[in-house]
Design a binder for this molecule. Structure first.
Ligand code: MN
Length: 418
């Protein structure tokens, strides 16, 4: 098995087989693109300046001297593979180039605990899908009835809406409780004030690399060529604002105030050993969505709540990315079928991911069944939705007998409204 000269613990999210992409602030206050190995950030800007990305496609392109990944993402799969091969070679235990160069090593490796991560992508557009059947079913049961839980369109197209890119924030960013209009249960007149039903949504997102020309859809069987990598997403939601505003045009302010993502973008190449087939869809979908060999990834997901007075974070849910009805390729083919153009650095989230049993539900709405079944915490408190001061922590990783490919964490604390 491939090993690095940098020690990596067995349970680390960042073995040499991962090599995700991110960005951090250097001691000198600059934003540098980076990767991760073991407990270290790998400064890609320093490696690029040293001329070590010397392959056919990346030599003299200075792609890692940018402060965002957008240009690198735009270059496509061959360039991504070349960068991965170069980085793998530089980090492996039998290559002396970096291993034995003490001066370069001191500049390239930064302890993760000292590195402040920032968004590594300038995100142009953001789409949020709704592609977990159990989640759509649960919401349908709560707000309509179990007999007609799924809307008639749900198994024919990946339902989604255009979200807000400007409020996507990096893990660790505190978030103020939103205010807005809500409708009291016993009234037909709205009131203004704090959202009282702030919730998380456990999601996984992906970023597009090369885009398509306006008017030219991406075909479903070619769609993965456009996908650069994946992140964990907490798609914060204000359920009470949503309830009053959403008809007839869908979510608006309930979803535009914050979306948190993990700092590391994990590539599809790193996740390749964890690919699993998806079930045959019934009913059969229309030809533009009919993907040959539909597959997804087996990624374990967990959500924790941390609050004052808890000795350790309380685990709220354990789920998996494999519980998706629609694949990323189908989502992207659907997004572009009208001719909509996507661009390098656009982001797409899965929709809340819920598995079949109650411990796998991906939102407080479902875990507490609309607030009727509160979560009990070890400090004697209970929760229906999220309180001020609560920190929501999500983590995710794929694993086999040899290593884990992880995303790190995405966390965010809810502060009082402004
Ligand atoms: Mn969502």
């Amino acid at each position: 098995m491939l090993n690095s000269f940098i020690p990596v613990e067995k349970n680390s999210h960042f073995p040499i087989q991962n090599l995700p992409y991110g960005a951090f602030i250097t001691e000198g206050g600059e934003i540098h693109l980076c990767s991760a190995i073991g407990e270290y950030v790998v400064d890609l800007c320093v490696l690029d300046e040293a001329g070590l990305f010397d392959g056919e496609l990346l030599a003299d392109r200075f792609v890692f001297q940018d402060s965002t990944l957008n240009y690198f993402m735009s270059l496509g799969k061959a360039a991504w593979q070349e960068a991965r091969n170069t980085l793998t070679n530089l980090l492996r235990d039998d290559n002396p180039v970096l291993r034995d160069d003490d001066l370069l090593r001191a500049r390239v490796f930064v302890p993760m605990e000292d590195a402040e991560m920032v968004l590594p992508v300038e995100i142009g557009d953001y789409t949020d899908f709704y592609s977990s059947e159990q989640h759509a079913y649960n919401v349908g049961c709560m707000f309509r009835d179990p007999e007609n839980a799924l809307m008639p369109n749900w198994k024919h197209l990946p339902v989604g809406y255009h979200g807000r890119a400007s409020s996507i924030v990096i893990s660790g960013t505190d978030i103020h409780r939103p205010q807005g209009q809500t409708i009291p249960a016993d009234s037909d007149q709205p009131v203004f004030g704090d959202s009282r039903l702030v919730d998380f949504e456990l999601e996984v997102g992906f970023f597009t690399g090369p885009g398509n020309e306006l008017g030219e859809p991406v075909s479903v069987d070619n769609a993965e060529e456009h996908i650069f990598g994946m992140v964990l997403v907490n798609d914060w939601s204000a359920r009470d604002i949503q309830k009053w505003e959403y008809q007839p045009l869908g979510p608006f302010l309930a979803k535009n105030w914050a979306t948190s993502i993990s700092p590391w973008i994990v590539t599809l190449e790193a996740l390749a050993p964890f690919r699993i087939d998806m079930l045959v869809q019934d009913p059969e979908v229309l030809p533009y969505l009919n993907q040959k060999n539909r597959s997804t990834f087996d990624i374990n997901l967990e959500v924790y709540l941390d609050a004052d007075g808890l000795e350790e974070p309380h685990r709220l849910a354990t789920s998996n990315y494999k519980y998706m009805y629609w694949s990323m390729a189908q989502q992207l083919a659907h997004q572009t079928i009208t001719g909509c153009n996507v661009k390098p650095g656009d982001m797409y989230a899965s929709g809340t991911i819920s598995g079949n049993d109650e411990s796998a539900y991906g939102s407080m709405l479902e875990l507490t069944w609309k607030g009727t079944n509160p979560v009990q915490l070890a400090n004697g408190e209970e929760r229906t939705f999220i309180k001020d001061g609560d920190n929501i922590i999500m983590t995710g990783y794929a694993e086999n007998k040899d290593y884990r490919i992880g995303f790190g964490v995405v966390e965010g604390k809810i502060l009082p409204s402004k």
